[in-house]
Design a protein around this ligand. Structure first.
Ligand code: HPA
Length: 266
């Protein structure tokens, strides 16, 4: 059966819970191995990948983003719904709210961030005017609305290198630059999905106001606590999205059309 849809689980989302007949696949890619869980949801095959590993052992700057995204492409995946925990820089986006970023600012430093390193003699500049799939975002926003969840459709995700949290001075700068949310994983994930012509959207859950915006220092426990409290809402939202998603064609799947499309390596 074709596996058109994938979920990438971020911090706190390690168990899809809703898939039947699951099997684990170790995908061998030109960039290394990736572990993918494949199962059925109401008759459709769905792939599930935990970004930080099954036991949250891989920090954001060490994730093998290229292997993960390439593995999904090898399985035939056409659309990806990812989850991310984020801090908020925007007073209107409070802890416990969902947000669907539509833009990003890239402050990463040391990551393999492209499938096109020039080794095959090709120079590729992917268009990222619309990095996050608008079709996926509007489906997710509609599902969140039906479930009665607060969900902001749009916002600028600032990707910090981590693994440390930010200084209040950095947060002030990100805010002045137009950032709404800050996390450590969406870049290069969203870019690699686009290069590989897969629709991609991320459901961010705000776990905290960013550094310097609240009275107490930020802890990883605080982030995990909000994620734990939100786990059931996350599961319901993902299940509802899987029910509603169509396989409609989309411009994201032709992002490399002028270069003949994305080719898996022989
Ligand atoms: N900063 C960076 N990443 C995060 C945060 C934050 O405040 N909260 C959750 N992930």
């Amino acid at each position: 059966m074709k596996i058109a849809t994938a979920i990438i689980g971020g911090t706190g989302v390690y168990d899809p819970g809703m898939l039947d007949n699951t099997s684990e696949k170790v995908m061998v890619t030109p960039y290394g191995e990736a572990l993918v869980l494949v199962g059925d949801y109401n008759g459709q095959a769905v792939a599930f990948l935990t970004r930080h590993g099954r036991k949250h052992t891989v920090p954001p700057h060490r994730i093998n983003y290229r292997a993960n995204l390439y593995a999904l492409k090898m399985l035939g995946v056409e659309q990806i719904v990812a989850t991310t925990a984020v801090g908020s820089l925007n007073k209107a986006m409070g802890p416990g709210h969902f947000a669907l970023p539509d833009q990003f600012l890239d402050f990463t430093k040391h990551r393999e961030h492209t499938f096109f390193d020039g080794e095959d003699g090709r120079v590729v500049h992917i268009d990222v005017t619309e990095p996050y799939c608008p079709r996926l975002r509007s489906t997710i926003a509609a599902c969140a609305g039906q479930l009665g969840y607060v969900c902001h459709n749009g916002g600028t995700y600032v990707c910090a290198e981590g693994p440390r949290f930010e200084t209040p001075a950095e947060i002030k700068m990100f805010h002045q630059l137009g950032g709404d949310l800050v996390g450590m994983t969406n870049v290069p994930e969203v870019v690699l999905a686009r290069e590989a012509e897969m629709c991609y959207a991320t459901i961010s859950i705000v776990t905290n106001f960013a550094a310097g915006m609240s009275d107490s220092p930020l802890t990883h426990q605080e982030v995990l606590g909000v994620m734990k409290d939100s786990a059931n809402r996350f599961r319901s939202l993902i299940a509802s999205v899987l029910d509603k998603l169509t396989q409609a064609d989309c411009a994201c799947r032709h992002a490399l059309r002028e270069l003949g499309g994305f080719q898996l390596k022989a």
